[in-house]
Design a binder for this molecule. Structure first.
Ligand SMILES: Nc1ncnc2c1ncn2[C@@H]1O[C@H](COP(=O)(O)OP(=O)(O)OP(=O)(O)O)[C@@H](O)[C@H]1O
Length: 318
């Protein structure tokens, strides 16, 4: 279980502070796929880095905490706080970063990338035995063992992404984070990746967090969904509820902009642009684009209210 309590994170740059994540509060439960959606630049990737404890200059956590509850080798429950979570990378929590090509070392064969990443966490000192285990796992994920001999550039984009997912899940971590796992892939390959993620999750019964700007991805694969806007989580609920009964005006506009079978009406994007995260406005951050905004929306920040079972949204009009 991964818990975020009132977490804010910012980039402290020479030209100012970017408040990329503001007071985010939610828990990712065991055995669920939790989605994070929102427009480009709203803070999705930063939030994932915060969860993964991948904090380095200029990024810092300015308030709140991240905690993972897990079991130690004696079976006792232990809590890993942010600042310590990175000590359990691969084993307790793993991360599939955005852009499979850039995150793999181009001059190292896949086989050695596996060894480099996982051998120090693995009991097997015998490389042959470890390789056999990797091959067995690749086959289980319908990946040919030959990929181990390849360099990253010799694989297609979809295959590289599948290899990264295999790498991130080989040690059976309790939490897997994936940043835009299907971006830049064609729809058929996309479907393959989503099926793979879903199968891995069902088999391992672990927690997955999927970041995507594509609402179609969330519809297909996630159980619960958080909608981010300008660094804040403005609605969280079961995916089916978010799609069938969205509550926040921003979520409604996101859902209404989606194409539907049999509906040939012209779809419009959401007019306007999100506010700067260097100097976010007072009140509700969506007010300037919200067709329903009232005076109080521009002056007072809304707090999350319950709008259904396990469903919360932050809007004065609710
Ligand atoms: N290294 C950095 N230094 C300064 N600002 C940054 C840095 N990385 C990201 N930002 C800013 O932080 C904000 C959130 O960025 P983030 O990448 O988390 O958003 P995102 O929702 O994942 O967007 P995308 O889908 O485009 O990756 C943006 O305003 C971005 O410009």
């Amino acid at each position: 279980m991964l818990q975020l309590t009132n977490v804010s994170a910012q980039y402290k740059t020479l030209t100012g502070t970017v408040k990329a994540v503001e007071r985010v509060d939610f828990t990712v439960e065991k055995n669920e796929i939790f989605g994070i959606a929102g427009e480009s630049g709203c803070g999705k990737s930063t939030l994932l880095k915060v969860m993964y404890d991948l904090i380095s200059y200029p990024l810092e956590i300015s308030e709140g905490s991240v905690q993972i509850q897990t079991k130690d080798k004696h079976g006792s429950t232990v809590t890993l706080p942010n600042g310590k979570i990175h000590e359990s990378w691969w084993k307790v929590i793993s991360y599939v970063p955005q852009g499979a090509m850039h995150v793999m070392n181009p001059v190292i064969r896949i086989r050695n990338q596996f060894f480099d990443a996982i051998s120090k966490y693995h009991d097997k000192t015998d490389k042959k035995a470890l390789e056999q285990e990797i091959i067995r796992y690749l086959k289980e994920l319908e990946l040919p063992p030959e990929v181990l001999k390849a360099y990253p550039h010799q694989l297609s984009g979809g295959m590289r992404q599948r290899v990264l997912i295999a790498l991130a899940t080989f040690l059976n971590p309790e939490i897997v984070l994936a940043d835009e796992p299907t971006t830049a892939l064609d729809v058929v390959v996309q479907r393959g990746i989503l099926t793979m993620l879903s199968r891995v999750q069902k088999k391992m019964k672990n927690s997955m967090v999927i970041v995507s700007h594509d609402m179609g991805v969330h519809y297909q694969i996630t159980n619960r969904l958080g909608i981010m806007y300008a660094g804040q989580m403005i609605e969280i609920g079961p995916t089916e509820q978010i799609f069938n009964n969205p509550k926040h005006p921003y979520t409604k506009m996101l859902i209404n902009a989606l194409p539907r079978v049999g509906d040939n009406s012209q779809k419009e994007g959401i007019p306007g642009t999100p506010p700067s995260l260097r100097n976010p406005p007072a009140g509700c951050r969506f007010a300037a684009r919200c067709p329903l905004a009232e005076e109080r929306c521009r002056t007072h920040e809304p707090v999350p209210v319950s709008v259904g079972q396990r469903h919360v949204a932050s809007c004065h009009l609710l």
